[in-house]
Design a protein around this ligand. Structure first.
Ligand code: ACO
Length: 370
């Protein structure tokens, strides 16, 4: 039996959701290039595309948007959980527990995608409540007349965002909706393949996404730029970090061996927008880290991934640093559930093997004789 650590290069299903060309740095959702979607589409349209496999008509999109908007409110129990835990707990733990509670509260025999829509609609309400509770600010109720991203920023800041800012969040979210068989999607599928429920799958996805090798890298990347402090310190910092065996956060990817197109799109946005002084300073540091990182690691196929610039984008939009992985999760729920839905059409219990390397035939020794 062949041992494949980390299941590297193992396909566990066929999919028509997402295709990644890791050599050329290309990403397609349902056959559409991420570059086109980021330029011309919007969060709700891409969510529809991923779940239903086609671009919606205007009527279908309007209907879909209002169904999503109707589901934004959270129960009093979840609101109270968020209030009690926001100041002390890791936001991913609050989110994971909130989604678990949504599962307790959902008594419908509804379809998997309908349940996933509810989760997607509610997560921004949870995230903005965490941030505002911590800052001793009143929690803002969702406004159904606003788009998903406008409402997200409205609930965070208490005022309607500019078109530019809501567009930036929209693009940031679109880029995180799906990414084929990553660690968190795999976690969702393992749970789903036992014929468990979608809430349990999403809880598993959030749990896997939390770690710094996956969705937690966006906070770590920004923390890194903050620690560097100025462009002059970049070279020394990167060399020290790599020579001491530490990884450059926001660099490297199992599939991409060239620049992650999502990093390119976010960087382009950030370079064009007018930035406050702090964001400009951090952006300048990031571009220098990118340049030096590629100079050293590029020959081994290690380039910036989506998390390298996404943290900077979320920071620019006013989210607290430790909330970044929850924003990632808020969009990835769509990819997780679409993959679960696709997998269940031809389900096979996920049950790989381990190669046993221990001894056999040992004699049991009673406890007093050990
Ligand atoms: N900095 C320095 N070296 C790196 C980096 C990095 N960011 N990433 C990989 N390498 C090196 C490893 O040290 C290893 O070197 P070695 O062969 O000399 O031991 C080699 O590249 C292969 O690394 P693996 O971890 O085995 O490769 P894998 O495909 O599993 O790595 C991973 C993918 C985990 C993302 C890795 O690149 C990493 O740790 N990056 C930093 C964390 C990060 O940015 N994660 C976000 C990923 S994107 C996402 O989840 C949305």
């Amino acid at each position: 039996m062949e041992l494949r650590k980390g299941l590297e290069d193992i396909a566990i299903k066929e999919t028509s959701i997402t295709f990644i060309d890791g050599e050329l740095g290309r990403l397609y959702y349902r056959g559409y290039s991420i570059f086109d979607l980021a330029s011309f589409s919007n969060f709700e349209e891409v969510a529809y595309l991923i779940w239903y496999g086609k671009l919606p008509t205007r009527h279908e999109l309007d209907d879909f948007k209002s169904r999503l908007a109707e589901e934004r409110s959270i129960s009093d129990e979840i609101a109270s959980l968020v209030k009690r835990t926001a100041k002390t707990a890791n936001p991913m733990d609050v989110l994971r527990t909130s989604v678990s509670m949504m599962g307790l509260e959902d008594k419908d025999d509804g379809e998997l995608i309908t349940k996933s829509m509810k989760i997607t609609a509610k997560i921004p309400t949870i995230i903005s409540s965490i941030q505002r509770t911590r800052a001793n600010l009143d929690v803002i109720e969702p406004d159904p007349s606003l788009s998903h991203s406008e409402n997200f920023l409205y609930m965070l800041h208490g005022s309607k965002p500019s078109r530019e800012r809501s567009r930036m969040l929209d693009v940031g979210l679109m880029l995180h909706i799906d990414h084929e068989m990553n660690a968190s999607t795999m976690a969702c599928l393992v749970v789903a393949s036992t014929l468990s429920d979608i809430y349990s799958s999403i809880v598993a996805g959030i749990s896997a996404l939390k770690g710094p090798l996956h969705g937690g890298a966006n906070s770590e990347a920004l923390r890194q730029f903050m620690e560097i402090g100025s462009q002059e310190n970049v070279e020394k910092y990167v060399l020290n970090r790599l020579s001491s065996g530490q990884r450059l956060m926001g660099f490297g990817h199992r599939i991409y061996k060239s620049l992650d197109p999502r990093a390119k799109i976010i960087k382009d946005y950030l370079s064009k927008v007018s930035k406050d002084e702090e964001t400009q300073r951090l952006f300048d540091i990031a571009t220098k880290v990118e340049e030096i990182g590629i100079r050293i690691l590029g020959k081994r196929g290690i380039y910036p991934n989506v998390d390298f610039y996404s943290g900077l984008l979320f920071h620019f939009l006013g989210f607290d640093l430790d909330l970044f992985p929850t924003i990632f999760a808020s969009a990835r729920v769509i990819g997780w559930s679409a993959h679960v839905d696709e997998y269940l059409k031809d389900n096979k219990l996920i049950r790989p093997k381990a190669i046993y390397v221990g001894d056999l035939g040992k004699k049991y020794v009673p406890i007093d004789e050990r």
